[in-house]
Design a protein around this ligand. Structure first.
Ligand code: C2E
Ligand code: CA
Ligand code: CA
Length: 601
């Protein structure tokens, strides 16, 4: 076999057995050679059938034109087409195929281009997997983007929800008007602080603050102003506490301050004084300048209580005592305000026997007629001289006496003792009116008037020398019933005074329906008289209105000459208070009356 024919055979064998299309074309792009693969792809039996045909015979016109143009280009320039990817319609299975095409020019011995040889690799499979890969890539990329977006959305939503929950929590744990922590948050913080001081063996203090006479401001100026007042007070309190202290709005006009650290007695005094001063500084509301005062009660952990609720309750109790003593003051919780159940039982049984044991006694506080300078009356104030506790003030046992019904025998004892004392003084020439305090239970007792008329007969005291004092709130509890009872007193000739006027909710006009002789302006108004504030206007107005209604006026708690002078200028009828005299026992009071009589003459 010649070399030529060997090469020919080799090429022919190779060409017909590789799975790629191999072909040659003349300068007109007509096939002059094709292997089996080309024939197969074109749907022909033998390669010979291709000879003389062009791409136009097999491919869509557009594709064929493009192939021919590029072939002509190459035939002209001699620049081979290398590895061009083509996507062509396939004759055999109507499925487009991806071909990787290389075409190179064929030269004759004179280096003249006489045609081209071409080879097409079918890369559809690779393309597919490449595309699949790309698609998979794209899909995963899409998913990543989608995921990223979802994450962004989700985290935005979570943040939003957190913000919402925070707002809700803020709302649930704070007071809407002042923005201060509310009762719930206070208890939460208090319990936490108690836990801490338990561990660190320190103490903490609670201050229970209640505004005095807010109701009056609310009623006279309106609720909007009342709200403004609360906000302003909250502001002022917060300016006077430290950052780690908590000030909570506990109720309508109640605030509770938690001082979580050990605090000295004098520092506590400073803080409470600052708060009292800050709250009572004048403020302008609805065009009016006024001043409110407050009462503060203190309790301390662990001395006063072991749990949050009790500690708060004790501070509240102490506040109530401060208020009862006229307001604008501070009281520390002491055991006697709130005694335990067993202690309470002992206390009760001791109180029960106090009368038979002769442990009760009366002090008398003189009342001065401002115009005449004469002592015209005394108020009887009960005390309990306890064998161990010493002198127990009425505020520490009257409430328990009322709850247990002991107020009846105690009240009866007070009435009899006071009336007989007045009768005795009558006999030695010191005739004064005797004022006796009546509690709510006493007033409601059905045979009170029989009892009273019996006593004055028994001790021989003229009825007009006895005066009963009812607090404003007691008389307003059941006004119709009160009026009925008071009318019976009046029928007996007994005088009637309304006690602690200004601290309750009644108004002067309404009192017109009560058959009373005089009203006693509460000590808290008198207290503030010499400060520049609304109390002056209130006191002056009360006195004027009372006089218009033909009622007498007693000012309680007059402690200074300035207060006396001012009340005198307002034509107040009677004054009573430490400036004139503290409450005195019967002997001391007798001496006082005697000396005053001498001075008078
Ligand atoms: P109240 O009727 O308002 O009595 C006046 C209280 O103010 C008395 O307190 C008196 O000691 C005090 N006081 C008098 N002058 C001044 C002053 O210038 N400045 C200050 N800061 N205080 C002054 P006390 O004796 O502790 O009585 C307290 C309350 O106990 C009385 O308030 C009254 O509500 C009640 N109470 C007293 N005795 C009786 C009683 O026999 N029966 C009843 N039911 N209650 C009584
Ligand atoms: Ca009184
Ligand atoms: Ca009073």
């Amino acid at each position: 076999m010649s070399t030529h024919s060997f090469e020919h055979t080799l090429l022919h064998t190779l060409a017909n057995n590789v799975p790629h299309r191999i072909y040659a074309k003349d300068t007109q792009s007509r096939f002059i050679f094709a292997n089996k693969c080309v024939a197969q792809e074109m749907g022909l039996e033998t390669p010979e059938e291709l000879l003389g045909k062009t791409d136009f015979d097999f491919y869509p016109h557009e594709d064929a034109a493009e192939f021919a143009a590029s072939e002509q280009d190459m035939l002209r320039t001699g620049v081979p087409i290398l590895n061009r990817e083509e996507f062509v319609d396939c004759q055999t299975n109507q499925q487009k195929r991806w071909l990787l095409t290389t075409k190179i020019p064929l030269y004759d011995d004179n280096q003249k281009i006489i045609g081209l040889a071409g080879i097409n690799y079918d890369i559809t499979q690779q393309k597919h997997s490449q595309n699949e890969l790309r698609a998979a890539h794209k899909q995963s990329e899409d998913m990543r983007v989608e995921l990223q977006e979802t994450i962004t959305l989700l985290s935005r939503e979570i943040k939003e929800r957190q913000r919402f929950e925070n707002a809700l929590r803020q709302q649930a744990l704070h007071d809407g008007l002042t923005g201060l922590p509310n009762r719930t948050l206070l208890v939460e913080r208090l319990e936490h602080a108690m836990e801490l001081s338990r561990r660190e063996k320190t103490s903490l203090t609670l201050l229970f603050i209640d505004l005095d006479r807010l109701k009056m401001v609310n009623d006279s100026l309106g609720h909007n102003e009342g709200d403004e007042l609360i906000k302003e007070v909250a502001n002022r309190i917060c300016k006077n506490i430290r950052k780690h202290d908590t000030c909570a709005r506990f109720g309508g006009d109640e605030f509770v301050i938690l001082l979580p650290n050990d605090i000295t007695y004098s520092a506590l005094g400073r803080i409470t004084n600052d708060i009292i001063r800050a709250i009572s500084a004048p403020l302008h509301l609805g065009g009016v300048e006024l001043s409110v005062t407050c009462s503060i009660g203190c309790s301390t952990y662990p001395q006063d209580a072991g749990d949050a609720d009790t500690l708060i309750k004790h501070a509240d109790t102490a506040m109530y005592q401060a208020k009862k003593q006229g307001g604008n003051s501070v009281k520390f919780y002491t055991q006697s305000y709130s005694i335990g159940v067993t202690e309470r039982l002992t206390f009760e049984s001791e109180l029960r026997s106090a009368i038979s044991n002769n442990e009760l006694l009366l002090h008398y506080q003189p009342q001065l007629d401002v115009a005449s300078g004469k002592i015209v009356g005394v108020e009887a104030l009960v005390r309990w001289l306890h064998p161990e506790r010493g002198m127990v003030p009425p505020l520490d046992f009257i409430a328990i006496a009322e709850e247990t019904g002991l107020i009846e025998p105690i009240g009866e004892w007070v009435l009899r003792e006071a009336c007989s004392q007045a009768a005795k003084w009558n006999q030695i020439g010191f005739s004064v009116r005797m004022s006796v305090n009546l509690s709510a239970c006493q007033l409601m007792s059905p045979d009170l008037d029989d009892l009273v008329s019996g006593i004055i007969k028994e001790v021989d005291l003229p009825a007009q020398q006895l005066e009963v004092e009812l607090t404003e709130s007691v008389s307003m509890q059941n006004p119709e019933e009160t009026i009925r009872i008071l009318k019976r007193f009046r029928a007996l000739g007994i005088q009637i005074a309304i006690d602690d006027f200004g601290t309750g909710y009644s108004n002067l006009a309404y009192l017109r329906h009560f058959p009373v002789n005089r009203i006693k302006i509460d000590r808290s108004f008198v207290n503030e008289l010499t400060q520049e504030n609304s109390s002056q206007a209130i006191v002056e107005a009360i006195i004027m209105m009372a006089h218009n209604l033909d009622l007498g006026i007693v000012a309680e708690g007059v402690e200074t000459i300035e207060q006396h002078d001012q009340l005198a200028a307002y034509h107040c009828d009677l004054i009573q208070g430490y400036w004139l005299s503290r409450p005195l026992d019967s002997a001391a009071c007798e001496t006082f009356l005697r000396e005053h009589r001498l001075l008078d003459q």
